[in-house]
Design a binder for this molecule. Sequence first.
Ligand SMILES: [Zn+2]
Length: 280
Amino acid sequence: MASITAFRVGHCTHPSCMVLKGSGLASRCFPSRAYLIETRAGLYLWDTGYAEHFRTATSRGVYRMYAWVTPISFDAHESLQGQLRAHGVAPGDIYTLLLSHFHADHIAGMRDFPGARLMCSKPGWDAVRGLSGVAAVRQAFVPELLPPDIAARLSFVESVPETALPTALQPFTMGRDVSGTGEIYIVDLPGHAVGHIGAFVLQDGGWTLLASDAAWVPESFQQLRGPSELSFLIQHRRAPYYATLNRLHQLHRSGNAQIRITHEDTLGYIPASITVAGRP
Ligand SMILES: [Zn+2]
């Protein structure tokens, strides 16, 4: 069975009502998280969070717009590479870096894992490859964050055939076993970004769905309460977003899987089944 360790890698702040309708203008903290998944097939990383590369890449040209709209906080001690080393994992130990989507706060650390195989959805990659300038910023994409040899290292989750998921995970019925060991199943979670994906991970204690940005705050899937309508200026499409949120809500109500989202902000919300780096 797999195990999951959550790492907090920088954060940004937004008005609460932007991410949860009717929740007021108070500023809310949005940590970016990366997850280490240890499987029988090797070590996987789920996204990278922020990295120093983000500051460098958004200090120039139109990419400064990104840093201006989304001011971030990132200290050197929060570097994922450094936190992994403290956890006993060297960058070269990572077998595969799984990318839920190409928003900069999820991929900023890619260059720190030069030996890792990279995996994402093909529609997700096709939507951003070749983008630059304002067109890239509009997709929250910063091309300089990509490693120069990405084309040679990238493979697509669609190369793994879909198979049936356990009935307990309904309304999710099909997934792609990218680990080959039955420990990580990729599922489509459309709406937030083109090709946005999640991962069901099987641990001793049961299933966890790493749902990335399918919701920005837990209340969203717990109460079926969406973000501000304005947010759909930057999210991909409203109808599939709500269809996905509905499925997360059903899964949450079933109690058959834990749901983890990248920007959840309370430590107490993370159950004991997931180790939190730095927490005793
Ligand atoms: Zn995103």
